[in-house]
Design a protein around this ligand. Sequence first.
Ligand SMILES: Nc1ncnc2c1ncn2[C@@H]1O[C@H](COP(=O)(O)OP(=O)(O)O)[C@@H](O)[C@H]1O
Ligand SMILES: [Mg+2]
Length: 232
Amino acid sequence: MTLEARNVVAGYGDKSILEQVSFTLQDGETLAFFGHNGAGKSTTLKAVVGLIPVQAGEILLDGERIDGMPIADRLERGLRLLPERRGVFPDLSVKDNIDIVARRNCAGSGSKIARDDVYELLPMLKSLRGATAGAMSGGQQQMLAFALCLLGSPRCILLEEPSVGLQPDLVEQLFGTIREVCVTLAVSAILIEHRIASAMRIADHVMIINSGRLVFRGTRAEAETINLWDYF
Ligand SMILES: Nc1ncnc2c1ncn2[C@@H]1O[C@H](COP(=O)(O)OP(=O)(O)O)[C@@H](O)[C@H]1O
Ligand SMILES: [Mg+2]
């Protein structure tokens, strides 16, 4: 099991948003995570990565409790977050963005995804090597941010709306790459997406949150038998 959340309660200040959120992800699995605006999707990912504290419950990565750990320790263990706001160095070229993060994340031997690998996984970055990151389209910056989050040895990648600003053909390419990374490298992923049909195609599991509570949790096959909108 890569990631496990057990009865997680979390929120902001004294206020709780998440109510007893529990889920598990095995190596190589992708979880599509849906819910209306303000339902608690981002809050869930923030609690997992450590941007907000857990008020109750436990989070485990590879069987180890991580919910009390500093963010840096969670990143070191392979947790990655692609936030809604693109995380790139805007004044640097694509190549420099990748080189800088690779130097930090791929320093030890045996990293799963090295500098050259991200160009293979996301070929559009090859032709953009010399481009200034901040001058690229939103979709291109999103691809770069995704590349940065893959560098090193990811175990679990948390993706917030990675398809925002991407042309439809690139969405399918990106989702294909997410799937490929998960399956071939035994990485797990949580995918928050408004493109429900596309996300479903690469998902092993589907989870829907409503007002901080998980209202549906099942396999993709189970999700295909229900009307997802009933749960929004
Ligand atoms: N920084 C914050 N401080 C206080 N409340 C917040 C903060 N961020 C989000 N919330 C509240 O938490 C709830 C869940 O938000 P969020 O997890 O961002 O929803 P989603 O990502 O599903 O759209 C909402 O009611 C939102 O107003
Ligand atoms: Mg959100």
